[in-house]
Design a protein around this ligand. Structure first.
Ligand SMILES: [Fe+2]
Ligand SMILES: [Fe+2]
Length: 256
């Protein structure tokens, strides 16, 4: 069985880390382990699909060009793709003053004092992975609403206006938003090991080609009939998306 959730673990290699890796069972979790914030920083520059970040802020930096835990957290919270990824911060109980805890509370979704209770740890993991999936589903719905609005506007425009330049501009915007939306869905589907990924990708590809063709021959193609066809394809894709959302719902409520 393949893991559905990707977790970035930032912590020195120690006994506690080994315990966490055992608790984050490989059937459910793909654990990417970085032993300091600098290597985590480098990793996050390349990867932006994650379901959870677990970060022990007392992890010492091993490299000369080190990045503080605060800088790393600020960077995660400010990146568009990462801003919804839940963060659990682990900190040594003996080193954490009230001021430190107040400060880091604003930058995370949960704080766990070390040494920690494994049951509490897994409860937080479960809660936050579920929360993150919920935010992802919300994001998909929001993007669908804005795409539907765009296509509706374009249908009205093709019925009323003869201004081809304006129509081309609107199709270019629709193309950009659609491509970004499909990229996001496909990246998450791959990351979550969605079993119907390939079929979904192929359907997306047909729609990507339709948009390319509209812009290749705008005088002939950008008309009400073509846009209505595109709208129907988008509508079919929405019902395919519902299957993916159902899959996410199923995996998030199972015991993890
Ligand atoms: Fe979609
Ligand atoms: Fe889709």
């Amino acid at each position: 069985m393949t893991a559905n959730f990707s977790v970035l673990l930032i912590e020195t290699d120690c006994v506690e880390t080994q315990v966490q890796k055992i608790m984050l069972t490989p059937e459910k979790f793909k654990v990417i382990h970085k032993t300091d914030s600098t290597s985590a920083w480098n990793f996050l520059r390349e990867v932006n699909i994650l379901d959870l970040i677990i970060f022990n802020i007392n992890t010492p930096n091993s490299s000369f060009f080190s990045i503080s835990y605060e800088k790393l957290l600020d960077s995660i919270n400010s990146q568009y793709q990462l801003r919804n990824v839940p963060i659990i911060l682990i900190t040594d109980a003996s080193m954490s003053t009230k001021e430190v805890l107040q400060k880091i509370a604003k930058k995370s979704d949960a704080i766990i004092l070390s040494p920690f209770n494994p049951i509490r740890f897994m409860k937080e993991v479960n809660r936050l992975v579920t929360k993150g999936i919920g935010l992802h589903i919300e994001e998909i719905h929001e993007q669908h609403m804005s795409l539907a609005k765009r296509i509706n506007q374009l249908m009205e425009l093709t019925g009323e206006s003869k201004d081809i330049v304006h129509k081309i501009e609107q199709v270019m915007i629709l193309k950009q938003l659609t491509f970004e939306h499909f990229d996001m869905e496909e990246s998450y589907m791959l990351s979550h090991n969605y079993p119907d990924y390939q079929q979904h990708y192929d359907n997306h590809d047909v729609m990507r080609n339709t948009l390319r063709m509209l812009l290749k021959n705008p005088q002939e193609r950008i008309n009400k009939g073509e846009i209505e066809n595109f709208y129907r394809s988008m509508f079919n894709d929405l019902s395919d998306d519902e299957q993916y959302i159902h899959f996410l719902d199923e995996i998030k409520i199972t015991e993890i």
